[in-house]
Design a protein around this ligand. Structure first.
Ligand code: SF4
Ligand code: SF4
Length: 435
């Protein structure tokens, strides 16, 4: 285990103390009054319920229509009171609103008995069985847009065998600590989850990647990996640290070719929250129904909380004692990449790692002073100020030559800019137009 240091990124101090305070507590559980379960893949799923229907915990709400889609399941039991568009952290999506009757009765046929061999799930299933499990339990990636997990583990998807599965436990944004709360509480489960994913990829080596400023998690994992094939890669804590390109570069010392994926270099990168959720679903014999969310920032009683998917962020904030200052804004996700939650009805989705109360930004944008801070911060070695300038002057050819499509939307450039330029959202939007 050697410490890997990346030559870019930013050191964050804001939110570190608050995060540590949340970290040291156990994980609470919240039962919401209502959930708005989002349908994140509307093209490839079809609703099978209507308003007024009664559903059980784990009832199918939308069935998959494509081999690369997964079903959507009710995260609480109760009556469907509405089906319609709603703002979510991933944009406007159709949501199924279920009024919770708090009976938590599982749907008929659940829990489903998977072929589990005691504590060591990975040894009791072969790779195709684990891929079937991923599909049947509705497993989605819990970082970025929630897209199905099982297609990435299909050997036909990759040009070469997968040698490494990197479990991304970097969680480098301020305040967010949901993954490390789970790692600290259940390091043995993290190791088992890493082995489950490595087995799903064939005979890959599982590598847990985490930053050096998480001593409690590192210590717990060091003990848990003893006698297993799981490796630990410790990375110098900077922002941004997670994500496919960054982790492959840091943990394996290789570059993903432009326009390629980690699979092109024989690796798969999976967020630790996804690994935990898959393991949880396999053990319980239930679909993906819940996640841990950090409720923090300027909140009366910050905490990490287990919540059903679809829980309104406002209910969650009230559960944690409410906002300390009502003029703050609520953000779903981290403070750098998260999305303003607007009304408290915005639901927690599979990818919502945090719900934060943060001061409203008041500083206006000013002209670029060519300080170069954004260039030094960018993990993709882009020239954010030049891309911004090309956008400002509508220079399409110059813009293309600067490759904004490589931008991951990490937000580091905006964060460091002394002129308060909103570089990241503009560059990320421009990238969408070029891809
Ligand atoms: S948001 Fe895009 S341009 Fe800005 S630092 Fe991150 S990758 Fe670079
Ligand atoms: S950090 Fe801001 S001011 Fe400095 S070069 Fe980049 S855009 Fe310009």
């Amino acid at each position: 285990m050697t410490l890997k240091i990346l030559p870019y990124g930013i050191r964050l101090t804001e939110g570190r103390n608050s995060r540590a305070a949340v970290d040291m507590r156990g994980i609470a559980t919240y039962v919401p009054r209502v959930v708005h379960v989002p349908l994140s893949d509307p093209e490839r799923t079809r609703l099978v319920v209507s308003e007024g229907d009664e559903v059980y915990l784990g009832s199918l709400l939308a069935e998959p229509l494509h081999p690369h889609a997964v079903g959507v399941y009710a995260s609480v039991s109760g009556r469907i009171t509405a089906i319609g568009p709603q703002e979510t952290p991933e944009g406007e999506l159709t949501c199924v609103t279920v009024e919770n009757n708090r009976r938590s009765r599982p749907a008929p046929g659940l829990p489903r008995r998977f072929r589990l061999g005691g504590a060591d799930i990975a040894q009791s299933m072969d790779s195709s069985e684990i891929r079937t499990l991923m599909r049947d339990c509705g497993a989605v990636r819990m970082d970025g847009y929630p897209r199905p997990l099982h297609p990435d583990f299909d050997p036909a998807t990759h040009k070469r065998p997968i040698e490494y599965v990197l479990i991304d436990a970097c969680e480098s944004e301020p305040y967010v600590s949901c993954v490390h709360a789970q790692l600290r509480e259940n390091a043995i489960q993290a190791v088992s989850a890493a082995r489950l994913l490595a087995r799903a990829a064939g005979r890959a080596i599982p590598v847990l990647c985490l930053p050096d400023d998480r001593p409690a998690s590192i210590q717990a994992l060091r003990i848990a990996v003893e006698g297993t094939d799981v490796r630990i890669s410790i990375l110098k804590s900077i922002y941004p640290l997670g994500g496919e390109q960054t982790l492959v570069r840091a943990a394996l010392g290789t570059e993903i070719p432009a326009g390629g994926t980690a699979g092109d270099v024989g690796a798969l990168v999976v967020a630790a929250s996804t690994a935990f959720a898959l393991h949880d679903a396999a053990k319980a014999g239930m679909p993906f129904l819940r996640r841990v969310v950090t409720v923090g920032g300027r909140i009366a009683d910050p905490a990490n909380v287990w919540v059903p998917i679809g829980t309104p962020v406002g209910e969650l904030v009230a559960f944690c004692g409410g906002m300390l200052d009502l003029s703050d804004r609520l953000v779903a996700g981290g403070p750098i990449t998260g999305r303003e939650a607007g009304t408290g009805e915005m639901p927690v989705t599979a990818s919502t790692s945090a719900v934060l109360a943060l001061p409203s930004p008041v500083e206006p944008e000013t002209p670029c002073i060519r300080c170069g801070a954004c260039v030094r911060a960018c993990p993709e070695r882009l020239l954010p100020y030049q891309i911004d300038d090309a956008l400002l002057h509508d220079q399409a050819e110059r813009l293309r030559s600067l490759h904004p499509e490589i931008c991951t939307g990490c937000g580091a450039c905006s964060y460091v800019c002394p002129a308060k330029r909103r570089l990241a959202p503009r560059i990320h939007d421009a990238a969408g137009g070029i891809r």
